[in-house]
Write a protein that binds this ligand. Structure first.
Ligand code: NAD
Length: 465
């Protein structure tokens, strides 16, 4: 059994049954047997079942948001927003899938010379087969839907292992699919922690789609490589933002970056984790940034006005304390926060550090919490060098009045996503991918649908007579 703890109260709220290795093996076999029938359904039928799922998600949005808030501590307004935006992602996938998987004619030789053969070269896009989706807890609807919706639409069976820290949400998603009419042997929840994830990877799989940390991602990559399964990894980030000296609305920029750093308690793969500010506007920026952070309302995540809830995982309190301690020991200045909040629940005060350097863990390792370092820079070149001083490469942001300047800077920064005057933003229309330790492969965009298929080349020659 897995005990689910409410991070806001530190009290156990539920116990759920977890799978064992034998159950995982049985589930994988069931999915394998069922997949060809699912793939043979007309696309319109699969789309209609996903529409049904979408409708249930929308109808039950409040109930589902309450579950997400209870088990992860995500403030209720942010839980509602995540589910709301997931509906839009589903709409993108259902609208685009036909265009992506419709066979294409690459070449046609319609020569009318008597006796010559007519040749057609065609490309079809077929499902991978049975895919594993091992998922994270921080945005279970977003990161789950990026995988399971296009995977199902393109005809795959999905073995879905939600994070053990979002198990109730994972179970609710599975129930919704089954109520919608997606067969239980096509969308198959696999419940448990890392050991069950590892057992899942021992099953014969045609694709492994993982969202989580770099440390786990490396293990996933090794397991997927052992069976030559297609592999995609959406991993962590240490995302930088640079504020140029030509920014005029400094308070608005500071507020936008504070939101980018602290939304969902900083527990976002694309949270702003490092801020570089040009020396000419540094003082004004810092004043405005601290004012924005101090205005955040921390408290009960079920209160619609709460912006900062508890951390989702208790051990992370210690990890954050470690980063703050390390930074101060190396000369950083603590501007605000830096400690746990007294009382029940796993709350950490929003923390701002200045006089930070690239050597400090807070500017190198993924923080994944409400802690941010702000560093002064004196040129674009210095900012570019610092932004690139990382093993990660998920997103990078530049704030400037000058689009050309921002694009010139961003094109020199290693990242899968580039933001001008915005941050911590995801669009279903654009590819989502990481460089370096941030991952391999692409979700979202048309590419993020095609990735669940394999193409076949057809050489079709009509008889010459
Ligand atoms: P995690 O790596 O701890 O766990 C992710 C999943 O892997 C969980 O389901 C877990 O049970 C499973 N797992 C753990 N060990 C395993 C093993 N040996 N074999 C198979 N499965 C195993 O990550 P997390 O704490 O759930 O998520 C936070 C991380 O995810 C952060 O680094 C964050 O940046 C990243 N993330 C990335 C994206 C993205 O799109 N790039 C999105 C969301 C989260």
């Amino acid at each position: 059994m897995l005990s689910i703890i409410n991070p806001a109260t530190a009290a156990p709220m539920a116990e759920i049954a977890v799978d064992n290795a034998t159950a995982v093996q049985r589930k994988a076999a069931v999915a394998r047997a069922a997949q060809p029938t699912w793939a043979a359904l007309p696309l319109t039928e699969r789309i209609s079942l996903i529409h049904q799922f979408r409708q249930l998600l929308q109808q039950q949005q409040s109930r589902l948001a309450a579950i997400l808030t209870a088990e992860t501590g995500k403030p209720i307004a942010q839980a509602e927003a995540e589910i709301g935006a997931t509906l839009e992602r589903i709409d993108f996938f259902t609208a685009q899938v036909a265009a992506v998987i419709t066979p294409t004619i690459a070449h046609q030789d319609c020569s009318s010379v008597p006796g010559s053969a007519r040749l057609e070269e065609v490309i079809t896009h077929e499902p991978l087969g049975v895919v594993a989706n091992i998922s994270a807890w921080n945005y279970p609807y977003f990161v789950g839907a990026n995988v399971f919706i296009p995977a199902l639409l393109t005809g795959n069976a999905v073995l879905y292992k939600p994070s053990e820290f979002a198990s109730l949400t994972g179970q609710a998603i599975a129930d919704l699919f089954h109520t919608a009419g997606v067969p239980p042997d096509i969308f198959v929840p696999v419940m448990g922690g890392g050991a069950i994830g590892a057992a899942l990877l021992e099953q014969p799989l045609d694709g492994v789609f993982f969202t989580g940390s770099y440390a786990t991602g490396k293990k996933i990559a090794a397991a997927a490589a052992a069976q030559l399964a297609k592999m995609q990894l959406e991993l962590g980030g240490k995302d930088p933002a640079y504020v140029c000296n030509d920014v005029t609305d400094v308070p608005a920029t500071a507020a936008a970056l504070a939101d980018g750093a602290f939304y969902n308690n900083g527990q976002s793969c694309c949270a702003v984790e490092r801020i570089y500010v040009h020396a000419e506007i540094y003082d004004a920026f810092l004043t405005a940034f601290l004012a924005a952070v101090q205005a955040f309302k921390m408290g009960d995540p079920t209160d619609p006005d709460t912006y900062l809830g508890p951390l989702s995982r208790q051990p992370h309190l210690e990890a954050l304390e470690g980063q703050v301690k390390d930074a101060i020991a190396q000369g950083a200045t603590l501007q605000t926060g830096g400690h746990r909040v007294e009382g029940t629940g796993w709350y950490f005060a929003p923390t701002v550090l200045t006089e930070v350097t690239a050597e400090m863990a807070v500017m190198r390792a993924e923080t994944f919490g409400p802690v941010i370092g702000i560093q002064k820079v004196t040129s674009d070149e210095a900012a570019i060098a610092l932004m690139n001083d990382t093993d990660y490469g998920l997103t990078a942001a530049v704030y400037s009045r000058d689009r050309q300047r921002a694009q010139a800077i961003l094109s020199q920064v290693k990242s899968g996503t580039a933001y001008w005057n915005c941050c911590d933003r995801v669009s279903p229309r654009l590819p989502w991918s990481g460089r370096g330790h941030s991952g391999l492969g692409t979700t979202l965009s048309l590419e993020g649908i095609r990735t669940f298929t394999q193409s076949r080349g057809w050489h079709l020659k009509a008889p010459s007579s």
